[in-house]
Structure formats: C-alpha cells, structure tokens
Ligand binder design. Structure first.
Ligand code: PMT
Length: 408
C-alpha cells in the first residue's frame, strides 16, 4: 500500500533542500503532495515542486479551484504523515499558538495525522526564548522534530539552526511511516459487500435490501489497519470506501469470479447478501404479458456459495475466512450450523428481522462465533463500530498466531 506524505514548504533558504527530500521520497515510492507557502514560493517555484512531486502544488487557502479539487480538510488528512520542511521561526510560532491564517497553518491545525517538523533558521532566532518556548510547546503537543544541525548558515553565521540534511529528514519520515503502519500491515484481504442481483430477463431481476453499509465499513476498517483490501461489491448507493481496489459485480457468479481473481489473500470477509438461487433460464428478451395467459413461473437453480468455496480451497485457502450470517430466528443454532456447513473460521451473526432495521440501517447488533472459542455478544453498535471491533479481533488473531509460530 503506497504511503503518502503531505510536505509543507515554508519560506527559508533551506527550501531548496526540500526539493531533494521530494526526490528521495519518490525514489522510495512514497507519495508526496506539497503545500507551498507564499514565502516558500519566493525560494522555490511551484513548477519545480510540481515536477518533482508529480502532483499539483497547493498554495492558496481561498482558491476555488484548489478547494473544488481537494478541500483543505481532506488535504490535511489524506496523507499518513505531515512534514514541515523548512519549518521557519514564524511558522513554528503560529503552530504553537494554533493560528490558522493560510493554507499551511490551516492544514496543520486540521490534520489528524502525525506531524514532523524540520526547523531551519538563523542561530540567534533558534536560541531565542520565544522560539524555545514554541518548540517546547509543539513537542508537548506531540509534534516530532528532526534537526536543526550545527553548521554554516546562508547568512554566513555559524551555529545551530541549519535544516537537517535531506537524507536525515527522509530517514525520519521512513521511521514514522513504518511505525504508522497498521497492526495488519502487509496482509491482503477480500471483502464482499452489498446484494447480488439475478436477472430474470433484460429488465427484471431478483435481489435483496443489502445497502453495502456493513461490508463497506469492514473493508475500510481493514484498509485502515494496513491491509491491502479488494472490495467486491454488488450494486449499492453507498459511496466507495477508501480501499485498494473495488470490483463492481452484479450476480453471484460474477462475485465468485471476482473473488477468485483477487486470490491469494490472507483474510476473506463475506458480508455480501448473496442470492442463494438464480433463475435457471435468463430470458434474452423481455417477458411479455399476454392477455388471458397465466403469469410465468420461474424455475431456480442454486448459486455458487462463495464463502464455502473460498473456505474449501485446497492450496490457496486464506488463513482466516469469515462469514456474516443473516438470521431472523434461532440465531445461535443457525450461526453454529453455518460455521460447520460453510467450513469458515468465524461467523458474525446478525438479526435481520424487520424490526431490527439491519438491512440498510446504520446500526447492527451481532454475535461473533469462532471455532473452539467462546461466543461473544456485542451490544448494538454503528456498523462502523462493528467493523472496527471485528478488525481488532482479526488483529489479535494474527498476533496470537505470530506468538505461537515464534514460540521456542
Ligand atoms: O448491507 P447492509 O444493509 O449494511 O446489511 C448488512 C447485512 C445484513 C447484509 C450483513 O450484515 C449480513 O448479514 N450479511 C450476510 C448476508 C447473508 O447472505 O447471510 P446468509 O446467512 O444467507 O449467508 C451466510 C454467509 O454465506 C454470508 O457470509 C454470505 O455472504 C455467504 N454466502 C451466502 C450465499 C451464497 N450463495 N454465497 C455466499 O457466499
């Protein structure tokens, strides 16, 4: 999964070194998006920054085009790490005091990601009690600092204030990105979501009320935990979540094909409400209603069982196969039975009786059944919270496996 850095270039002579930082990050296949302050653009041009980063450079807080393409809040949260290099005395002062009067300071205040600063200024400015207070405050706020170093400054003075070298900054960035990798970093997963639709003729089909909310939430939560996620989704109105790949399908047969193409993976979570049957004969032309004739009867054939197929794979079986079970009665017995008959490792059972509003609703109340493990009943939660809790259980599972595998 590509890691991304938002690099803020403020106005200092050391800004030229930031171009090298961009180049080195790109060499390591780390995505770089840049904000150039007004003062920064006096030292390096937007064109050189854009050419090296391979992306648009953001400069103005109140630019209608910039906001339309990427709102400043999204800009501040899209990256895994925000880096300020060079971080000038002025910018440090604003950050320490929570000021937000331009795009850079607004993004810094709005971000929910770790921030790394590389201060650069004249030695007297660095030694000034005001700068010291600001840096201490920033460190208390959890901001990480690289440099400054001692050496000759552009103004000819010698002392502490030289921005850290590009290589040091890049190493600090890589260390932070490494530790920001989620608990399931490096794993791959398939998540199925939404309904399938099974055609009767070119205009009619059979389907169900699955909205994709639960499946999409599981896919996004796994992605946040560092998993490379392929989401295979039936037709839904739910916006596509932030995952690595989305494959849109219609029928159960297409869903199985898309899942098979995404193999091998470590984790499968089948949240989709797959139609158990499909019309045996899909009519090439629209069925006509003929006056006086009996309504047509539809003969069904069984659809492939995607969960069972993936759980039953010989060579490429994912290490953890999880199914969701939609039940309206005898939830525990039915979930236990599905655990056995489908051959999966875990079943997340939810009550889909009409009064629960599970299909399409925002909340879900589930029970987790794991082979050889005690059953967990979770309280009614948002589907997002169900997804987060499930991903925590998945991370614990892989942690335990790692401990067992490395035990003497
Ligand atoms: O999409 P939402 O509106 O957010 O609603 C979420 C949900 C209610 C659809 C979801 O939480 C849920 O319960 N999904 C499973 C629905 C279902 O098909 O349950 P089932 O008990 O019929 O099937 C059990 C498991 O077998 C499921 O993992 C299902 O994906 C899988 N299956 C079923 C049939 C089939 N032909 N192939 C399958 O893979």
């Amino acid at each position: 999964m590509t890691k991304r850095v938002l690099l803020i270039i403020a106005g200092g002579i050391a800004a030229y070194k930031s171009l090298d930082v961009i180049r080195r990050l790109r060499e390591r296949e780390i995505g770089v998006r840049c904000i150039l302050t007004n003062a920064g653009s006096q030292f390096v041009t937007p064109l050189s920054v854009a050419s090296l980063s391979g992306d648009k450079v953001f400069t103005e807080l109140f630019s209608l085009t910039d906001e339309a393409e990427m709102g400043h809040i999204k800009l501040s949260r899209d990256a895994d790490l925000v880096v300020v290099a060079p971080a000038t005395a002025d910018l440090l002062g604003k950050m320490a005091n929570g000021l937000a009067d331009d795009l850079a300071t607004t993004a810094l205040l709005a971000t929910d990601k770790p921030v790394l600063i590389a201060p650069a200024m004249n030695p007297e400015m660095w030694a000034h009690p005001a700068t010291k207070r600001n840096v201490e405050q920033l460190m208390r706020d959890g901001i990480h600092v690289v440099g400054p170093n001692e050496g000759e400054m552009a103004c000819g003075e010698i002392g502490l204030g030289r921005m850290a070298e590009p290589d040091e900054i890049v190493q600090a960035i890589c260390r932070h990105l490494q530790s920001s990798l989620g608990p399931l970093a490096g794993k791959r997963a398939i998540v199925t979501s939404g309904p399938t639709i099974e055609a009767i003729d070119p205009v009619r089909f059979l389907s169900n009320h699955s909205s994709g909310k639960q499946g999409h939430a599981v896919a996004e939560a796994l992605h946040k935990a560092g998993v490379d996620v392929t989401l295979v989704s039936g037709p839904v109105r739910e916006p596509a979540p932030n995952v690595d790949k989305v494959v849109e399908i219609s029928s159960a047969v297409e869903m199985l094909q898309a899942c098979e193409q995404a193999l091998p993976v470590d984790i499968v979570v089948c949240v989709a409400a797959v139609a158990d049957w499909r019309p045996a004969d899909q009519q090439a032309q629209k069925l006509k209603k003929q006056a006086g004739e009996e309504p047509p009867s539809i003969r069904f054939v069984e659809n492939p069982d995607i969960l069972k197929t993936l759980a039953g794979l010989d060579s490429a079986r994912p290490q953890l196969v999880i199914g969701f079970a939609a039940e309206t009665e005898n939830i525990e017995q039915n979930a236990e039975r599905k655990l056995q008959t489908k051959g999966c490792d875990w079943v997340v059972a939810n009550n889909v009786s009409a009064e629960q509003n599970t299909f399409g609703g925002v909340h879900n109340e589930v029970m987790l059944f794991r082979r050889g493990n005690r059953v967990e009943a979770w309280p009614k939660l948002t589907k997002q919270a169900v997804a987060d809790q499930l991903v925590r259980r998945i991370a614990e599972h892989f942690d335990q496996r790692r401990d067992t595998d490395t035990a003497p």
